[in-house]
Ligand binder design. Structure first.
Ligand code: GRG
Length: 284
């Protein structure tokens, strides 16, 4: 068997996602408030596209194709982009730069940034509900429900509220992981579920890939905290948890055999990222 190269895998899938996003985001000169321009700015100017990668890798693990996963992958990236636009606002984190560029509210204005985020969320659900080649209508509808749950009050938005309530004042790993699982893990869980549904996978496989995404997302956020020097008092425990979460991811992915090669490599990537950060090596 040829060795799996995660970097080439990601480069190829990112290219497919970027081409699809280019098509799926609105264009046109009828753009009062420059909302279409702002939507494209927020999504197209950078980002690692990790959430779409999980949708595609989960779909492939369950025997599906990149083509079938693209709409769901783009829909998830639009939700992620909306969350970043709103998170950067003065009422939230008040960030002036993201991905090395002025944040959306700096470039387009505060009111426009709120509307750009809102419009991205709506577009996301439009794209997902429109379906994809070979995906059954029932599975499209299930995917809409999974994304709604994971992005809403019982997912990312609820996690943001919990984070605002506690901030850097978290002294227990259990509470920290509750925040991480909602704020970050939920969109990754959606990634696993949407990927599996794009492959018309069985109910048990959808559940397992959703759990894979959740565990990956929590590990991703622990790694991000270490990179950003956040939640310092829990760093040692967090690093141990990354190792446990990654093992659990590998156990879940194991049932998909060789099809899950990208999922295993992604789990390894997040583990390496956390350990490199703890050793002081800065990554993107
Ligand atoms: C404001 C509705 C609302 C939600 C905000 C996800 C979130 C909730 C806020 C974003 C801020 C933040 C640091 C969240 C943690 C998740 C995270 C690590 C986001 C950055 O994701 P990356 O690293 O970013 O995947 P790129 O730029 O690569 O897409």
């Amino acid at each position: 068997m040829t060795a799996f190269d995660l970097n080439s895998y990601l480069a190829d899938r990112r290219k497919r996602v970027d081409e699809a996003l280019l098509q799926l985001l609105p264009t046109g000169t009828d753009d009062p408030g420059r909302l279409k321009e702002g939507m494209r700015y927020s999504v197209l100017l950078g980002g690692k596209r990790m959430r779409p990668m999980i949708v595609i890798a989960a779909c492939e693990a369950a025997g599906g194709t990149v083509e079938a996963a693209l709409a769901a992958a783009c829909a998830l990236e639009m939700v992620h982009a909306y969350s970043l636009v709103h998170d950067d606002l003065p009422a939230m984190d008040n960030d002036l730069e993201r991905r090395g560029k002025p944040t959306v509210h700096v470039a387009f204005g505060h009111a426009q940034a709120i509307l750009i985020g809102d419009a991205l969320l709506s577009r996301s659900f439009e794209v997902l509900a429109n379906g994809a080649p070979g995906v059954t209508p029932d599975n499209v509808s299930r995917a809409v429900v999974r994304l709604a749950i994971h992005s809403g009050v019982d997912g990312m938005v609820g996690g943001q509220a919990l984070d605002i309530a506690h901030g850097q004042d978290i002294h227990s790993l259990a509470l920290l992981e509750r925040v991480h699982s909602l704020k970050t893990g939920a969109l990754y869980a959606a990634g696993g579920a949407l990927g599996a549904l794009s492959a018309n996978a069985s109910t048990a496989q959808v559940r397992d890939l959703e759990t894979w995404g959740l565990k990956f997302g929590i590990a991703f956020q622990h790694a991000d905290d270490i990179l950003d020097d956040d939640q310092k008092s829990l760093r040692g425990e967090a690093l141990t948890r990354v190792d446990q979460l990654v093992s659990e991811c590998d156990a879940l992915a194991g049932q998909f055999g060789d099809h899950a090669v990208a999922l295993h490599a992604l789990a390894r990537w997040v583990k390496d990222r956390a350990h490199a950060a703890a050793a002081g090596v800065k990554a993107d």
